[in-house]
Design a protein around this ligand. Structure first.
Ligand code: B12
Ligand code: SF4
Length: 456
């Protein structure tokens, strides 16, 4: 079912704000999200709303609407903010046009995809007042405060904020469905975000396929006090686990931060939630850090191993982590009863059928260690914002100026021009690999190109 996730903010003097996260586009090729992950909201908009509560005194409520006509009823005279990724871009533009036609006071676009194509989007759609790159809270706040809606301009990220969940009068989390992901053993799981930025992107450079807007000039994290407050609130709402969505979580916080959090958890300031983190193998080389992660309740680590071919790895992964570091992480997880959710990427530059065979062999070896119950094996998506997209644009210069290029075109061109296997071949190998997995191993996010998805 199509869900428009909507936050409505009211203020006595400053007027109405409506934030919308539109559903995925119907023609979007099946990019499945992990089964059982029921997250249908958007943390980015939640954070902007929280900022408006803190800075301007707005009060917010939340709704999930199923038709754009129902959303349209809210838009008249409102500042309308729309959050768009690559996958819901067409619905976002359609909604912006609806906002224009129903007399919205201003129209603001932001989000992961908008950040990568701001100039092209602003030029193509003059009815959009503001297009933001990176974190949007400051830009939205300034616009509302000044009452000057501007004319089709672009604003790059300002200073960010971190707001615990309490910002909403109807907390989003109260309506959270139980997450049936096998990872969390039936525990109700909340998605949280504790830090911005990525150690890899800041210290070396972003991975070849990374389309995340790395605007933050440094790593940024919530205070330990904010995290504890958030965990307590989640526990009171009946949650048993949190997934920390931050990229490369342990490298976004300091060791001092981790020590302080663990000490508060162990002193009983909050009950113990199971924690699921995203991390690279390299930051986990530090034994004190590992010990602290275990003590704070980490039960699952999602990590990008990408390939089983050493040469491809060192050439295209910008020094992310070595096979030895990854093996050490596998050992560590096996020893401490932590599950790994590794992800592999099919189609790094120079990929051949034989390098892919090495990757599938490596997956089998790791499976044998008993640390995996879910994993990902995905085709590289050269999305705008990534180095892979820029490489493609050297051969397809018209793409650089377009606001959108369909994924089919991007992927087929990528496999033909930068790998030694065809796109169709890669899809087949992937399917064969998945077919021979033991039934208890769950495959996460995937793209088959055949219109099927395992999203629920
Ligand atoms: C958590 C997460 C998820 C979660 C939750 C997603 C959600 N609905 O919120 C789950 C697991 C469900 C998920 C699913 C998918 N995700 Co995801 N996800 C992330 C992740 C790791 C963090 C996003 C996040 O919450 N950040 C924290 C918040 C606070 O920041 P934020 O969202 O960026 O918002 C800030 C700014 O972007 C901006 N902003 C955002 N919206 C707006 C709106 C306005 C008006 C303004 C002014 C500003 C603004 O201000 C916000 C506050 O500072 C990002 C990677 C990343 N680091 O960004 C990928 C990412 C967003 N996901 C991505 C993708 C591709 C997907 C899927 C399509 C994957 C799939 N296999 O199907 C699905 C889409 C499902 C869906 N419709 O949501 C891509 C998007 C690429 C692109 N260019 O569009 C990213 C960037 C990762 C990547 N591979 O590059 N994802
Ligand atoms: S893919 Fe992940 S690790 Fe690589 S640069 Fe992007 S956020 Fe950082």
């Amino acid at each position: 079912m199509n869900i428009y996730w909507v936050l409505v903010g009211l203020h006595e003097f400053l007027g109405k704000v409506v934030f919308v996260f539109p559903p995925q586009d119907s023609n979007f090729p099946a990019l499945g999200t992990r089964k059982g992950r029921n997250f249908k909201g958007n943390l980015g908009l939640l954070r902007i709303a929280g900022y408006l509560v803190e800075k301007l005194g707005y009060s917010f409520s939340m709704a999930r609407l199923t038709t754009k006509e129902d959303v349209a009823k809210l838009l008249r005279n409102a500042h309308v903010g729309i959050s768009s990724g690559y996958d819901n871009y067409h619905n976002s533009i359609e909604l912006s046009e609806l906002a224009r036609d129903t007399g919205a006071r201003s129209i603001i676009l932001g989000g992961s995809y908008i950040s990568t194509r701001a100039r092209q989007i602003a030029r193509k759609y003059p009815h959009i007042n503001l297009v933001t790159i990176g974190q949007g809270e400051k830009a939205v706040c300034e616009m509302i405060k000044s009452q000057d809606c501007g004319k089709n301009h672009i604003v790059a990220s300002g200073k960010d904020s971190y707001t615990p969940l309490r910002c909403l009068s109807t907390p989003l989390y109260e309506k959270w469905p139980i997450d049936h992901a096998p990872l969390f053993r039936g525990r109700k799981t909340a998605l949280v975000y504790w830090g911005d930025g990525c150690g890899q992107a800041l210290s070396v450079k972003p991975c070849l396929f990374c389309s995340i807007c790395h605007q933050a000039p440094r790593l940024n994290c919530k205070t330990v006090k904010q995290v504890v407050e958030e965990m307590k609130l989640l526990e009171n709402l009946g949650f048993g686990a949190v997934e920390v969505g931050s990229d490369d979580f342990p490298s976004t916080v300091s060791i001092k931060w981790l020590r302080e959090l663990v000490s508060l958890i162990e002193n009983g300031s909050c009950l113990k939630l199971d924690v699921y983190i995203h991390s690279r193998a390299r930051p986990l080389k530090n034994t004190e850090k590992i010990d602290l992660l275990i003590r704070m309740g980490v039960k699952v680590i999602q990590t990008g191993f990408e390939t089983g071919n050493t040469e491809i790895k060192s050439r295209s992964m910008n020094n992310k982590s070595t096979m030895d570091e990854e093996d050490a992480l596998v050992d560590l997880c096996a020893k401490n009863g932590i599950y790994l959710h590794p992800s592999f990427t099919i189609g790094l530059p120079g990929e051949t059928l034989s390098s892919l065979k090495q990757t599938t062999d490596r997956i089998q070896t790791i499976l044998g260690r008993g640390v995996i119950n879910t994993f990902q094996f995905d085709l590289l998506m050269p999305l705008p914002g990534s180095e892979s997209f820029d490489l493609l644009c050297k051969n397809h210069s018209n793409w650089a100026e377009q606001d959108f290029v369909p994924l089919d075109e991007l992927s087929k061109a990528w496999f033909a021009e930068f790998t030694n296997i065809s796109f169709e071949n890669a899809v087949e190998v992937r399917q064969r690999m998945i077919d021979c997995l033991p039934p208890e191993v769950f495959v996460g996010s995937f793209w088959t190109g055949d219109g099927k998805t395992n999203d629920v």
